[in-house]
Design a protein around this ligand. Structure first.
Ligand code: ADP
Ligand code: MG
Ligand code: MG
Length: 916
């Protein structure tokens, strides 16, 4: 039969005018209904109105394209013919559902109306043909309820009130002395219909239409409109879904799960979406319809007997009780169960992925109403990918492409128990994943005190600075009001593998009162809050978490990734502990070991301050001599953990004022402690103030002004290497100079380091062994002059945090305040500090790589900015031809997978293999 309208696609009753790959036009739900129909699966017939009509509808003041009315009428006639029932027929009425469905699934965001076509006349016909008045009136009351809700948009009068229809049902049940909806009689349901319509008349000024065609068109319009309801708009914003995709509408003949005990409705997965374990997994309810299973009106039952038994066991229910009240689909509907298993297997083979299905059983006959690739936890995603490859459902490369790299990080941190209730009070940037709960504290010292008493704390600050490190170290998690994805709090927390929500501008912090408030909620010092660093949520109270485990599937999966990738993966780590963690996660070296955090250690900070206050080189050298042995121990610890692997150590980078106290009271205290004149200390501190510290006296500029500092650090590194070497431990230090912008600058500093190495060789029979001196490339000038710098530097490492800051002229510490506006208004697609900018910063990198390799064909080049752990940025690094990326330890698996995906994508583009 010919198509009735260009934007209408019919399915079921032996035809399918659409296909699975037409999701842009038909929506995911619609496209798969067509696909299932073409597989000859039992799908109730219907038709899909395309997303093009939705867009037309919005562009033309809620009107429809020419011929659509007639097309819909003809399509309904086609369903009528297939089923032998007529729409609006008083004797044997056809009922339909009107279903929404966009290109990607937006669970619960848009609307669906069921049992449409019921009127005062047709309900009588339905009573007669079904010989089941209870069913007829149950369907009618459901229709009135959904029509009121979806089409007439009848909402509770006060925001926090319950749904008014549900309230009426509750009252009815109480009046009848029953607890479950199935215990309401036909007469009760008839009364409900009258009461619902009264409510609708009172609140909307008119009745539920008694013309089925009027109902149909109102429902179609309402579903199109639901694309732009508030919920859907917010959901799209959060999930980066364009507003111009639109929704499709599927009109489908009803099948009934509420006709009696030989009927049911349910949902099923082909694998467990929480663990990935293979086997049918899901829930159903006998004598029920549509969303009843998920709405929680009755306790749903398990599909398979094994799952049902396990559930009963957990609840301490006896086997006899279970059979009486919680019989599974396998037991109650053995035939249907067998058929469902077959269909599930078929769909999984067909779509080559785990399926999430909706089904209804009408008088012991199974009907399929939906299938889609199932959403799954990170653990399930990995297990499914590995097992589907082992089952040869997909190949290894396809398996690697199936998992989102960022998901892997979830597997390394505790997560919120998905079953627990939670009250989210604000949302910030998901700066460092994991989920933690603790008492709110508002200063680092308080954090140390409370944590010292054995209690868990969350450090809440407007923003953090290096002075807060000790508090951050003992806190479970960190919450800041200001700062972006590369703010101090975010970077340090990621390095520590600690949960952090940063830049949460929805909260107000009152340090004096010791309280934070957000959207009406207040959390005082000592009260619990929970952070979800994966989503950026700030949650009131204590939400339970579940622990991670590196499963065998996870290990196998990453082995496969290593087999594909070309990029090396290193970690940014400042302590032996971080180095150890990084190595366990598969790091092939350390790409960035920052030395300044070592300076903040409470035992050393005073010596560091002495060094800063020194009035001449001699005094400075004396103070440095106190720090040197401690630094040497740090390096010994890290180099030992990374035995046989390269460790890039960056010499001191931040401006010196960061090491001095800010408050005058602290200045006095410190002056007394280290025996200097407070006035002089204050004067030094004030003299170090810069208008623009990030462009100021920092990085190699410190080495140029105070050669003793870098010489002392180099000595500590080389002595550490020599000491380890003497013990037979292979240490591979790479000394890295920050913020180089000029060849000569590098030569001067590298020359001084080589002097130290010579001195060391002369005074000591221990030799450090091989070491190299290289530079960060983080000033645009260094990219442009990379060829010159490449003549003298032995390696490059792109410091893309600073490079991004300087390329954009955008402060990484202050831009969070307005970057959001740029993203909202579509000027920048992504926060450039979170995802490498391929066009600007990426181009500078390309120039830098080209220059560097021109000077030295074998120059080793990596990246150590925060971007090294962002999958898209890792892929860009692969395309640019870097040797390695370096990221925080917990991101190492993420980078390994992203690197593998980049290699696979490249080979696919070159057509080195066909099907992935
Ligand atoms: P959602 O996107 O919210 O899942 P659906 O369009 O899938 O919305 O429908 C909501 C519920 O109604 C689902 O449980 C679905 O299986 C059920 N349903 C939809 N259409 C029909 C139908 N024609 N017959 C029986 N049940 C249906
Ligand atoms: Mg659905
Ligand atoms: Mg830098």
């Amino acid at each position: 039969m010919a198509r009735v309208h260009p934007e209408i696609y019919f399915f079921g009753a032996g035809v399918a005018e659409g296909r699975a790959d037409m999701r842009e036009l038909l929506g995911g739900k619609g496209a798969n209904l067509h696909e299932m129909a073409s597989l000859k699966l039992p799908v109730p017939p219907g038709f899909t109105i395309s997303t093009a009509v939705c867009n037309y509808f919005y562009a033309h003041g809620n009107r429809y394209p020419k011929g659509l009315k007639e097309g819909v009428a003809k399509s309904v006639a086609r369903i009528e013919k297939a089923l032998g029932r007529r729409f609006g027929d008083a004797a044997n009425p056809l009922l339909v559902s009107v279903r929404s469905g966009a290109r990607v699934s937006m669970p619960g965001m848009m609307d669906t109306v069921l049992n449409l076509g019921l009127t005062d006349k047709t309900v009588v016909g339905l009573e007669a043909v079904s010989q089941n008045p209870r069913f007829a009136w149950d369907s009618y009351r459901r229709f009135c309820q959904m029509y009121g809700d979806v089409v007439l948009k009848l909402k509770p009068e006060n925001k926090n009130d319950r749904d008014p229809f549900e309230e009426i049902i509750e009252r009815k049940k109480a009046a009848r002395g029953v607890t479950e909806d199935v215990d309401l009689s036909a007469d009760d349901l008839k009364e409900l219909v009258a009461e619902f319509r009264e409510l609708i008349r009172a609140r909307c000024g008119h009745d539920v239409p008694q013309d089925p065609w009027e109902q149909l068109w109102a429902a179609i319009g309402a579903v199109f409109e639901s694309w732009n309801n508030d919920r859907a708009i917010v959901y799209r914003k959060i999930n980066n879904i364009p507003g111009d995709w639109g929704t499709a509408v599927s009109v489908q003949s009803m099948v009934f799960g509420n006709l009696g005990t030989d009927c049911a409705t349910g949902v099923a997965f082909t694998r467990d979406p929480a663990t990935g374990e293979k086997g049918i997994y899901g829930e159903f309810l006998p004598n029920a319809q549509g969303e009843d299973v998920v709405a929680g009106i009755r306790t749903p039952r398990s599909i398979s007997k094994a799952a049902g038994r396990a559930m009963a066991h957990r609840q301490g229910m006896s086997e006899a009780d279970r059979r009486a009240h919680q019989a599974t689909l396998e037991e109650s509907f053995p035939q249907v169960y067998g058929e469902l298993l077959k269909i599930a297997a078929r769909l999984e083979r067909h779509f080559r992925d785990m399926q999430d299905m909706e089904f209804t059983v009408e008088r012991s006959r199974l009907f399929m109403l939906q299938t889609r690739n199932g959403k799954r936890t990170a653990a399930a995603a990995v297990r499914c990918a590995v097992e589907m490859a082992q089952e040869k459902l997909i190949d290894k490369r396809a398996a690697l492409m199936r998992v989102e790299p960022v998901q892997l990080e979830q597997l390394l941190h505790p997560q919120l128990d998905p079953k627990a209730a939670k009250k989210t009070i604000a949302r910030g940037l998901p700066a460092s994943p994991g989920a933690v709960a603790g008492e709110a504290v508002f200063s680092a010292d308080e954090a140390v005190a409370v944590a010292g008493a054995g209690r868990k704390v969350i450090l809440v600050r407007v923003e953090t600075s290096p002075e807060d490190i000790h508090g951050m170290q003992v806190a479970e998690g960190i919450l800041t009001q200001r700062g972006g994805m590369t703010s101090h709090a975010a970077v340090v927390a990621r390095g520590m593998g600690k949960c952090c929500v940063a830049g949460c501008s929805e909260i107000e912090i009152d340090y004096a009162a010791g309280a934070l408030s957000a959207n009406g909620a207040v959390i005082r010092r000592g009260e619990y809050l929970t952070l979800d660093g994966t989503t950026g949520e700030v949650i009131e109270g204590r939400v339970p978490t579940v622990d991670p485990a590196m499963s065998a599937y996870f290990k196998k999966f990453l082995e496969w990734a290593d087999g594909e990738r070309k990029l090396g993966v290193r970690a940014n780590a400042d302590t032996p502990h971080d180095a150890k963690v990084a190595r366990e996660f598969g790091a092939e070296g350390i790409g960035l070991c920052r030395t300044e955090h070592m300076f903040f250690d409470p035992e050393r900070i005073d010596a560091v301050r002495e060094m800063i206050l020194a009035e001449n080189a001699e005094q400075r050298a004396r103070a440095l001599a106190k720090i040197l042995p401690m630094q040497r121990e740090d390096f010994i610890g890290i180099l030992r953990e990374m035995e046989g692997l390269p460790v890039t150590i960056r010499l001191l980078d931040p401006p010196l004022h960061e090491f001095l106290p800010k408050e005058d009271a602290e200045v006095r205290e410190l002056a007394a402690k280290i025996g200097v004149d407070p006035a002089r200390l204050k004067q030094v501190r004030d003299s170090l103030v810069e208008f623009n510290p990030m462009l100021g006296h920092r990085g190699s500029r410190l080495g140029i002004s105070f050669p003793e500092i870098y010489q002392a650090q180099a000595r500590a590194i080389l002595e550490a290497a020599a000491e380890l070497r003497a013990k037979g431990v292979r240490a591979i230090p790479e000394i890295m100079l920050p913020l180089i912008g000029e060849k000569r600058e590098f030569e001067v500093l590298a020359g001084e380091i080589r002097e130290v190495a010579k001195e060391l060789a002369a005074e000591n029979h221990n030799r450090p062994g091989a070491y190299t001196i290289g530079t960060m490339i983080e000033v645009p000038r260094a990219c442009i002059l990379a060829e010159q710098i490449g003549e003298v530097a032995e390696f490059f490492s792109f410091g893309t945090n600073d490079l991004t800051q300087m390329t954009y002229g955008l402060s990484r510490d202050d831009s969070a305040r307005f970057l959001g506006d740029y993203i909202e208004r579509g000027i920048y697609k992504k926060d450039p500090f979170a995802q490498l900018d391929p066009e600007g910063v990426g181009e500078l990198m390309r120039i830098g790589i080209e220059g560097g390799r021109k000077a030295n064909r074998k120059l080793k080049i990596g990246i150590c900015g925060e971007h090294g752990g962002d999958p898209e940025s890792v892929k860009l690094c692969h395309r640019l031809g870097l040797d390695y990326v370096s990221c925080s330890p917990y991101r190492v698996p993420v980078a390994r997978l992203a690197a593998a995906q980049a290699a696979i994508e490249e080979r696919k583009a070159k057509r080195e293999f066909k099907d992935v």
